[in-house]
Design a protein around this ligand. Structure first.
Ligand code: NDP
Length: 403
């Protein structure tokens, strides 16, 4: 049905390319382009061996609009799936506008010299996309992404008013490395070392980094220490879901991870301002990224599961109600299917589903959108069909305090 251009050949890009190739009645022709073509070629050859599907590859520097425009004009895709880094969101959106193709990403724009992610830069493209008759779907991974779809589904089917939302994200997997991040190390460490933030009674409350934490019990996993973080879907959900009194995001980290992170911070390795080293400017965090394992290399031998979901309290038919909807994903199963680990998989599968819904006109509207603004039902069905089945629990006791 449609040609698609995937930009970014890391852990997530590899999963998106595999899953699109497995659905070639929708994605009839695929191009994978990234900064390092060698990585695209390795993924393409892996897809050819596993599924017998040929995909195109190309080199592109996605920081440069003219390079992107020329690539898009040559390949003529119907849409771009951006799974490079958040720094490239705006240049890729500009190139999509110039070449009249639709856009999807999994992480919101972040300026490289300031660890600050916000939707304002991308929401500012609303009129341009609308006027061009093009759609941009923002944050269509797992979190952000599926967590927004879960919340919209809860709102549509199980609540008249949602009052409390706690997004709980656990990775109980073991990759056997002393320290590694499950998605791009630079983006991951910038996110975790920022101040925490949550929404309560119409205002943002700020915390010190990782200041608030408590054990949360995850299905089939058990209790894990979970830390309150600011996460980007909180910005769009507090805008798009009415009646929210509080919205928070929790993520698990092992003691070992926190200890390594603390040491790296204390010695200055997580700094994002340039320093001089032997006459050359380097950014310590970018240097650290270069010596850490790549997320796409963690799959082999990774054991255990992720569990990500939404714990919701509100009112239905005049009565208090609670609801927990989640997906558990097994690292080893993912490796068997697409040679990846579960964090890349839980991001890449929703990106493929979002693109599929756009290309089949199920979710297609000119403008810039977050996932919770669309009908969640077809997305929820597709999660079950394409590898991320979800479970739900009604009126269970949730591990949070309520006013
Ligand atoms: P990786 O670091 O594994 O991959 C990033 C890829 O982008 C690499 O192939 C890199 O190229 C490429 N890239 C970087 N800069 C450029 C550029 N200027 N031009 C072209 N290509 C470029 O990261 P992940 O795959 O783990 O993550 C990808 C994205 O997914 C990130 O934005 C991340 O924030 C997001 N994400 C979203 C999640 C969600 O649930 N919503 C969860 C996890 C990740 P090279 O190989 O040359 O470095």
């Amino acid at each position: 049905m449609s040609k698609v251009l995937i930009i970014g050949a890391g852990g997530v890009g590899s999963v998106v390319a595999h899953k699109c190739a497995m659905l070639n009645e929708v994605f009839t022709e695929i191009m994978l382009a990234s900064r390092t073509k060698r990585k695209c070629d390795a993924i393409a050859s892996e897809i050819k061996n596993s599924f017998g599907v040929e995909i195109h590859t190309a080199q592109v520097d996605a920081d440069k609009v003219p390079e992107l425009v020329s690539l898009i004009k040559t390949f003529e895709p119907k849409m771009v799936i951006n799974v490079a880094l958040p720094y490239q969101d705006l240049t890729i959106m500009d190139a999509c506008l110039e070449t009249e193709v639709h856009y999807l990403d999994t992480a919101n724009y972040e300026p490289i010299d300031e660890a600050k992610f916000e939707y304002k830069w991308q929401w500012a493209y609303q009129d341009k996309f609308k006027e061009a008759g093009l759609m941009a779907l923002l944050g269509c991974g797992f979190d952000p992404g599926v967590t927004g779809v879960f919340t919209a589904y809860a709102q549509k089917h199980h609540f008249d008013e949602i009052h409390y939302l706690d997004i709980v994200d656990c990775n109980a997997g073991d990759h056997g490395k002393a320290f590694a991040t499950n998605f791009n190390p630079e983006i991951n460490i910038r996110e975790i070392t920022q101040n925490g933030k949550y929404w309560e009674n119409g205002a943002w409350k700020e915390t010190q980094p990782l200041e608030i934490h408590k054990p949360i019990n995850y299905p089939e996993i058990g209790e894990k220490e979970s830390y309150l973080l600011y996460h980007e879907e909180l910005e769009s959900l507090t805008k798009n879901i009415p009646h929210l009194k509080r919205a928070r995001f929790w993520m698990t980290f092992s003691e070992q991870y926190i200890t390594h992170l603390r040491v790296l911070e204390n010695v200055g390795m997580t700094r994002i301002d340039p320093i001089m080293y032997e006459g050359k400017e380097i950014v310590p965090l970018q240097f650290l990224k270069a010596v850490l394992p790549e997320p796409s290399s963690l799959g082999e031998g990774y054991q255990g599961k992720t569990s990500i979901g939404c714990q919701i309290k509100g009112v239905k038919d005049g009565k208090d109600a609670t609801y927990y909807v989640y997906n558990n994903c097994d690292h080893a199963e993912v490796y068997k299917e697409v040679k990846a680990q579960a964090v890349s998989y839980t991001t890449g599968v929703p990106a493929m589903i979002g693109a599929m819904l756009m290309l089949s006109n199920v979710w297609m509207q000119p403008g810039v959108f977050n996932v919770e603004e669309f009908n969640p039902d077809p997305f929820m069905e597709a999660l079950n069909k394409y590898g991320l089945p979800w479970e739900e629990q009604h009126n269970v006791e949730l591990p949070h305090e309520y006013n």
